[in-house]
Design a protein around this ligand. Structure first.
Ligand SMILES: [Zn+2]
Length: 106
């Protein structure tokens, strides 16, 4: 009696891990030149990351995916959807970020 031979076929279903968030949720191009890219830090966004385990990029990505409001260093609140690479950084956020870095000795 011969044993049946099963063909080894590998099913490669694309999983979520095969895509970046950029592929799934591409950034919108900013249309307003006055829009600024704001800087976030984890302590001000505990509503997104209660355990304070994420880095700022993860927090922004989570906010984009779940349509949550972010709080910027300058206090500005918004739901991220624009491409921050195409925006100038908010001067108020930059100033606060520099102060924080100076306090941390970076
Ligand atoms: Zn700002």
């Amino acid at each position: 009696m011969s044993t049946p031979v099963f063909e080894q076929t590998q099913v490669t279903n694309p999983t979520y891990d095969d895509f970046t968030i950029e592929d799934l949720f591409p950034y919108e191009e900013p249309t307003d030149k006055n829009t600024r890219a704001h800087i976030v830090n984890p302590p001000m966004n505990k509503h997104i990351d209660p355990k304070q385990e994420m880095n700022p990029q993860d927090i922004v990505d989570t906010a984009r995916l779940q349509r949550l409001e972010l709080v910027a260093l300058c206090g500005y609140k918004w739901v991220p959807k624009l491409n921050p690479d195409k925006l100038d950084v908010c001067p108020a956020c930059m100033k606060i970020a520099e102060q924080l870095m100076a306090e941390n000795g970076e």
